[in-house]
Design a protein around this ligand. Structure first.
Ligand code: URP
Ligand code: ZN
Ligand code: ZN
Length: 470
């Protein structure tokens, strides 16, 4: 009992609390790292710090379950490391991210985990978890998946694309899924038929088609839909749930919907770029289309509205970013003569809440509660962090965003905090932005100014058998 009395207390007053289930007026008392009380008109006298949130919404901190910080790819490395990437995330109201450690072929997952812990150590500003990308799974290494789960790595990503680099075959996918059916982890699938895409790519190159737009033209939506269908079928046979990452097209969404309608535990995320940008961005002149080269690619515009509806109807459950930045001026230029050499990925960790709030809530596509569910609560549940994260409740971590629903902001590389020389959403005007951000009770963004510290972010040991299993 003794120690708690000395802990720093913060009172957030007069705000409107928004959770996935409710919107209500109330004050929040934070003691140390957690929420101690929520009630009307809590006394301010004894609070060490008082934040007046009049006219503001109080949201649970955003959770981005798909980032690639300091990640080697295509002969270069993503330009945000754990310091710059988590700092930018904080500015945008994200207080937790789950990044991907990569097991290089022929190595142990344990080594990859150590490598990613080192990357984050002393740098992370916000709390983070890790998924493990599995590239190599001999039978003798299946038990390594259980060891990962013991370390809190409660999810694995497998690739059905990038042959020769990250792609694994169906037998490997099936074995991994079957193992998770026992250990309770969640398999995240990059669902595109990589072998077929590779043939189409080689044909395009042989025909001299080398501009960025061919990245999209060589990756048909059917190749995504087929892989989604196959991933779900393999999951069904193995008795495990499955989570489709960065779903980009109506065709792929139809596969998820059909499975969910049959009661199959299939889940999927999409990202702001697939909701707001299109293949036309890849046609920008002066090689600027390279800024929009990521995988799966941007699609024809008619897909966008279908994805928004998928979010509204719970056919899609999560919005993540797939933040994987490469600078235009040097890194994207690696593919100036050949679209296959453009490092795949784009920046976005800072803008997710702004974009989904503005284009989702303000445009009447989703409610404010659904917004919270998509960007925070469901990611926390599916990935074994709830109710510590993704919730505003007594006992939860005080990861909170004081959100100004009326703040107007123009997204630009000139003002963003991501370490990348362009924005995919340059010039987008949004209404609604994070004003003050708390992580485990610490104010890390104070009225738009950075107040955090590199290294304060902690590794999160996540629980297996999260929401995907229920
Ligand atoms: O193009 C992308 N998405 N790069 C990051 C790796 C991945 O597939 O998520
Ligand atoms: Zn992927
Ligand atoms: Zn990714």
């Amino acid at each position: 009992m003794g120690g708690t009395h000395c802990e720093m207390t913060t009172l957030i007053q007069h705000g409107t609390i928004v959770t996935a289930g409710r919107t209500y007026g109330g004050d929040i008392l934070i003691e140390g790292e957690t929420i101690k009380d929520i009630a009307q008109a809590l006394p301010a006298e004894n609070a060490g710090r008082v934040i007046d949130a009049q006219g503001m919404l109080i949201l649970p901190g955003g959770i981005d379950v798909h980032t690639h910080l300091d990640m080697p790819f295509g002969g270069t490395t993503s330009s945000d490391d754990f310091e710059t990437g988590t700092k930018a995330a904080a500015f945008g109201g994200t207080t937790t991210l789950i990044d991907f450690a990569i097991q290089p072929r022929g190595t142990r997952m344990r080594d990859a985990l150590d490598t990613w812990w080192k990357k984050a150590d002393g740098k992370a500003v916000i709390d983070y978890g890790l998924h493990m990308i599995v590239t190599d799974l001999p039978d003798a290494a299946l038990e390594d998946m259980d060891s990962m789960v013991d370390e809190g790595v409660a999810s694995f990503k497998l690739f059905m694309a990038y042959p020769g680099v990250l792609m694994v075959d169906d037998a490997t996918i099936f074995k991994a899924l079957s193992r998770t059916a026992k250990n309770g982890a969640l398999v995240c699938m990059h669902a595109e038929n990589g072998s077929v895409i590779d043939v189409i790519v080689q044909r395009a190159l042989a025909d001299g088609k080398r501009a960025p737009v061919y990245h999209a033209l060589t990756r048909p939506t059917q190749a995504e839909a087929e892989a989604v269908h196959r991933a779900i079928a393999l999951a069904e046979i193995s008795g495990a749930p499955v989570y489709i990452v960065h779903l980009s097209s109506e065709d792929a969404l139809n596969e998820v919907r059909a499975a969910r309608d049959r009661g199959v535990p299939a889940f999927a995320e999409t990202c702001p770029q697939y909701l707001l940008l299109s293949i036309e961005d890849l046609e920008r002149p002066n090689f600027e289309g390279a800024k929009y080269v990521f995988t799966p690619p941007l699609r024809e515009k008619h897909n966008l509205d279908k994805l928004w509806r998928g979010l509204g109807d719970d056919h899609l459950q999560v919005v993540s970013t797939d933040h994987c930045p490469f600078c235009f001026n040097d890194q994207k230029q690696l593919g100036i003569d050949d679209f296959t050499k453009i490092p795949n990925g784009g920046p976005g960790v800072e803008n997710r809440l702004q974009l989904i709030h503005h284009h989702g809530v303000n445009q009447g596509r989703i409610s404010i509660n659904r917004f919270v569910e998509l960007v925070s609560t469901t990611p926390a549940k599916l990935f074994g962090l709830h109710p510590k994260k993704g919730e505003i409740a007594i006992g939860s971590d005080a990861d909170l965003v004081v959100w100004d629903p009326n703040a107007e902001h123009t997204i630009s590389a000139a003002t963003h905090h991501m370490r990348v020389d362009y924005s995919m959403f340059e010039g987008f005007r949004v209404k609604g932005n994070a004003k003050t951000v708390l992580s485990r009770g610490d104010v890390i963004v104070d009225n738009g100014k950075f107040a955090g510290r590199a290294g304060r972010g902690r590794y999160l040991k996540r629980q297996a058998r999260g929401g995907a299993w229920k």
